[in-house]
Structure formats: structure tokens, C-alpha cells
Design a protein. Structure first.
Length: 151
């Protein structure tokens, strides 16, 4: 392999790495709060995902409250639960359109295979209304969104 080919390959891999991994492991601040502590008390909220919907689609929590989300995929295809602002989810969704099989390593989101369950523990430290949505291409656009209001 020539040096020019090696350089081109290295540059291509470097440019693709952020979109392929999408790792927020060093993310110091999340719009909807912060990852919770699974060893501390929390209120459990179950969310069921199916084709293009969540149940429930509206949740109210208190500022400072820690929630253990149990997320069940009752559908026939993969779905996601991404907790952020609408603006952040729209931006993330645009990246997902370019890389639909992108792996996530974020405490505020999870992809769940059909008939599987996942958990997220989240502490809501900031007031406001936040969105959870499925960012697999076209799922959000077909209505797969819900909202958390933090009072």
C-alpha cells in the first residue's frame, strides 16, 4: 500500500469516527439532567415501544427526582429511546439518517431489539419539557415521540 493510499485511508477513518461511534462518554452535561445512580432510590416508569408509538407519551416528574425507566420493545423492529431536547434529537436524527446502524454509547438513550427490555436510570436536575424519541430513520417522523415535563 502506497503512503498516499495509507494517508487517504487514515483521513477517511478519522472523519468517519465521530459519526460511527457517537460516544458521549465524556459528555459533561445533558440537557435533561444527568445519569442516575442505580444504587439510590428511584421511581420506576415503564415505557412500552411498538411501531411508531410510546406508551405513555407524557410523563411528569419533579426536579431532582431519579427515575428508573424500564423500556420494553413490544414491536417487530428495533426502536430507540433518546432523552434530550427536541432540537438535540432532531440534530441527532439527521446524523442517524446518514448512519442508520450507528452504535450509541450514551446514558440518556438506548436501542432495544424486538421483544427485549432495557433500563435507563436518570436524574432530572433541570426544569423544562424534554423529549424522548426514536431516531431510527423515519420513526420519529411517523410520530414516535413522547415528552417529560420536569416541574
Amino acid at each position: 500500500m502506497s503512503n498516499l493510499t495509507k494517508l487517504a485511508l487514515a483521513l477517511a477513518l478519522t472523519a468517519a469516527a465521530p459519526a460511527m461511534a457517537h460516544d458521549h462518554g465524556q459528555h459533561s452535561s445533558y440537557s435533561a439532567g444527568e445519569p442516575g445512580d442505580p444504587t439510590k432510590p428511584s421511581r420506576t416508569i415503564e415505557i412500552e415501544m411498538s411501531e411508531m408509538t410510546y406508551e405513555p407519551i407524557r410523563i411528569e416528574v419533579k426536579r431532582g427526582e431519579q427515575i428508573r425507566f424500564i423500556i420494553r420493545n413490544a414491536g417487530r423492529e428495533d426502536h430507540e429511546f433518546q432523552l434530550a431536547t427536541t432540537k438535540e434529537n432532531l440534530k441527532h436524527g439527521a446524523v442517524m439518517r446518514k448512519h442508520p446502524h450507528m452504535e450509541h454509547d450514551e446514558p440518556n438513550g438506548v436501542r432495544v431489539a424486538p421483544k427485549k427490555t432495557a433500563e435507563i436510570v436518570w436524574k432530572f436536575t433541570k426544569p423544562g419539557t424534554f423529549e424522548y424519541s426514536c431516531l431510527i430513520p423515519d420513526h420519529r417522523e411517523y410520530g414516535m415521540t413522547g415528552h417529560v415535563t420536569v416541574k
